[in-house]
Design a protein around this ligand. Structure first.
Ligand SMILES: [Zn+2]
Length: 382
């Protein structure tokens, strides 16, 4: 069981981050780990975070959806967690994967406000509805995770809906997120120069790709470090980036960020920490066809360039057209700029495009290319 929990915590680790481009909801970790009614287990358990993230994935009909976790630093010494869980949460904090604060206040709502994200919380925020009117005006923006058949489900605080729905980001966000910020505190794991530098930094075992900075806190209109309360320094424009998504068998499996400094290779099992591995989602035939490294994506200026590095080649579906006559071959070693609406196809049913160009509701045919692997990323022990 101990080993099982470690595996689940590893899986959850890939679902928490503070990258504004990837996160899909905002949560309070300290609150969620105490939802004892989800499993009837210990007073606090980090596995409940996994259950809520899984519920979010089911609800959004997309795999691997990361959440933005804001949490009081008391959780790092919460005696109701196991020592292993405390160590893992400290590592997340040191790596800047979760935002650990001495006084979270209404930071969770601020992040949701800036990024236009839903909050998943049982707190009703009655006193804050004036400052954050979307809590009332957009029912899909504030939902309570509650026990349901087959795992947690969501109930909107207002209006009674069940699906988390993003809203428009706040007007302040565009300006904040266009710049790169530095905290004057040395080793700041949210707005430092190069990742986490805390006491547990050496425990970080994954070479993670640099992620986008979290949104600064706005205090009196001044961009501020939410952890240290210090004024942030503007160090220039944020590097240009683009989000792409992988769809296999009709379901988006994961999104990834492309920057000019960081090309991304996608394939059956690409080398290097920054590759996107598809193997676990593919059946034998697709696995034979798709090379270990199949496609390389680069951002050159505003252009997304796809280069085939495979044995068998790829294809481009202009404007997402599924008609065979429209499919443009992308032979091995050739490159092409991804036009608006274009989709790159590695194999029938295995596609990469900007997420908006991979609309939900596409025919979901798990048998076509899917392996026997579970549809959703995490299977929690019951
Ligand atoms: Zn700081």
């Amino acid at each position: 069981m101990r080993f099982e929990i470690s595996k689940v915590l590893d899986a959850i680790e890939g679902r928490v981050c503070t990258d504004p481009q990837l996160v899909r909801a905002v949560i309070d970790l300290a609150e969620i780990i105490r939802y004892q009614d989800l499993d009837g287990g210990r007073p606090a358990s980090t596995l409940r975070l996994g259950m809520v993230i899984d519920a979010l994935a089911r609800s959004l009909e997309e795999d691997s959806v990361p959440v933005y976790a804001v949490v009081h630093r008391g959780v790092l010494s919460d005696a109701d967690l196991t020592s292993n869980e405390r160590m893992v949460v400290r590592r997340w904090a040191d790596d800047g994967l979760v935002e650990v604060l001495d006084n979270p206040g209404d930071r969770m709502l601020e992040v949701a406000d800036l990024l236009g994200l839903p909050v998943l919380s049982r707190v009703r925020f009655d006193g804050l509805r004036g400052r954050f009117p979307w809590l009332v005006e957009q029912p899909g923006r504030a939902l309570a995770p509650v026990p349901g058949a087959g795992g947690p489900v969501f109930i909107a605080h207002v209006g009674g809906g069940h699906t988390p729905v993003p809203g428009p980001p706040s007007p302040a966000a565009a300006k904040l997120l266009a710049r790169e910020w530095r905290c004057p505190e040395s080793g700041c794991n949210l707005f430092g120069g190069g990742g986490g530098g805390g006491a547990f930094a050496d425990l970080a075992r994954v070479d993670r790709a640099p992620t986008g900075q979290p949104p600064p806190s706005l205090r009196g209109g001044v961009p501020t470090c939410p952890r240290h309360g210090t004024r942030l320094r503007d160090v220039g424009p944020r590097p240009r980036s683009e989000v792409l998504a992988v769809r296999v068998g009709g379901l988006i499996r994961r999104r990834f960020v492309l920057t000019e400094e960081q090309p991304v290779t996608v394939g059956r099992a690409p080398d290097g920490s920054n590759g996107i591995m598809l193997g676990q989602w593919l059946n034998d035939e697709a696995r034979r066809w798709i090379s270990r490294s199949h496609l390389r994506f680069e951002l050159r200026g505003a252009d997304v360039v796809a280069t085939d590095v495979s044995t068998n080649g790829s294809g481009i579906r202009p404007a997402g057209s599924m008609a065979e006559a429209d499919r443009i071959p992308l032979p091995p070693q050739q490159s092409r700029v991804l036009g608006a609406g274009d989709m790159v196809e590695l194999y029938p049913g295995v596609q990469i495009a900007r997420p908006g160009d991979l609309p939900a509701g596409a025919p979901y045919n798990p048998d076509s290319v899917m392996s026997e692997a579970p549809t959703m990323a995490m299977r929690l022990p019951r």
